[in-house]
Design a protein around this ligand. Structure first.
Ligand SMILES: [Zn+2]
Length: 372
């Protein structure tokens, strides 16, 4: 079942509380990995200097220890920007807003989060659908339609803390099998325009070509899933700068699937990902985690590579590209001076062997070490 959607910007690799949660971060830290992937290219033998919560300097010179600096050697590792999870589910109602607040207030450790609260569905299209018909059962997302309720619900969710608005542009409803479009282009346009006033982008769940087409025409910034996208729809998305979050492993059960990477289901995913890339669509990494256990998010990047993306491109889709899609490129997604010191070190080199993402050796967020 789908629950609250959020875009979870950063460091899902956090697995332990901060090493020194109660202490102020050291004023200067120098990290010395074997190499780093800065969100674009690999640099051998470069160091990163961190001052407070920001990256202060990168390069060979950055490794020259200043007096009072804490030096952390990370031999054999590759340092990357904190990885972005572009599509995640957890909690219900407004739990994502409250979780984000708890993280930001330092009550619990966690990633930087962009949340979309309850998501919005067209009346009658969503679930659960298995109850006595005369009962109005609370839905797994918020229903809204037409001029009045769509703008009111979008505004209400923004008022309660939504950083992004999520619409379901299609879903499994009606008498026919499979997914069918829900909102009209005009309804989605209204939602996009309403959200835009508050500087809030719109993400649209859409698997059908028609649902995707409507979302792209309406001004959605990302399309989630996109499983039945056609070359024409991907062309439209590229023209309108709509990013695709392909959620390759969503609904696949365990990954890799028991039926193997050559099974018809995977072949379809491979074909649609290739069509999107060939059309020039921006790809955002997002795993749909929450439909499978949190902490196993790396499987989406492994799947991207298994379906033909070079490992470095897959990593970009979870770092520099993701930061741009989320309008956070001046804060996260690259290892460069001025950005937040959100950094992860992996044993080995994930730009050559994506499986290295399973070997997290070091996690830093905002200059604070969470795992070492
Ligand atoms: Zn999802």
């Amino acid at each position: 079942m789908r629950k609250t959607f959020w875009s979870l910007a950063l460091a899902w690799t956090i697995v332990a509380p901060p090493v020194a949660q109660t202490q102020a971060p050291p004023s200067v830290t120098i990290l010395k990995p074997a190499r780093f992937f800065d969100g674009d290219a690999v640099h051998e033998g470069w160091a990163v200097r961190i001052k407070g919560d920001r990256i202060d300097a990168v390069g060979v010179e950055a490794g020259v220890a200043a007096a009072g600096a804490t030096v952390i050697d990370l031999p054999g590792t590759t340092l990357t920007p904190g990885l972005v999870e572009g599509h995640s589910h957890e909690g219900a109602q407004y739990a994502d807003v409250e979780l984000k607040q708890a993280v930001n207030q330092g009550i619990i450790p966690g990633p930087r989060m962009l949340v979309s609260t309850k998501a919005i569905v067209a009346t009658g299209s969503y679930q659960p659908k298995t109850f006595v018909l005369e009962w109005n059962i609370p839905q797994g997302a918020e229903e809204a339609d037409g001029v009045d309720s769509l703008s009111r619900v979008v505004r209400d969710q923004i008022g309660k803390g939504a950083d992004w608005i999520k619409l379901y542009g299609d879903y499994r409803w009606g008498p026919l099998p499979g997914s069918h479009p829900t909102f009209s282009v005009d309804e989605m346009k209204l939602a996009v325009e309403t959200a835009k006033s508050a500087g809030v982008p719109v993400a649209v769940h859409a698997n059908t070509a028609e649902g995707m087409r409507r979302a792209a025409l309406a001004g959605a910034e990302t399309i989630e899933h996109g499983g039945e996208g056609t070359p024409e729809v991907f062309k439209l998305m590229a023209e309108r700068h709509v990013a695709l979050c392909p959620t390759i492993t969503a609904g696949a059960g365990p990954w890799p699937p028991a039926a193997g990477l050559e099974s018809p289901v995977v072949a379809r995913k491979r074909a649609s990902l290739k069509a999107a890339i060939d059309a020039g669509v921006t790809i955002l990494s997002g795993s749909d985690v929450g439909t499978f256990p949190h902490g196993d998010n790396a499987r989406e990047l492994e799947a991207m590579v298994a379906l033909g993306m070079p490992a470095a491109s897959a990593l970009k889709s979870a770092t520099s590209t993701a930061a741009r899609v989320l309008h956070m490129e001046n804060q996260i997604g690259q290892i460069k001076p001025g950005l937040f010191a959100d950094l992860v070190a992996f044993d080995g080199d994930p730009t050559k062997d994506i499986g290295a993402l399973r070997r997290v050796k070091f996690v830093m967020k905002g200059g604070i070490v969470y795992k070492q």
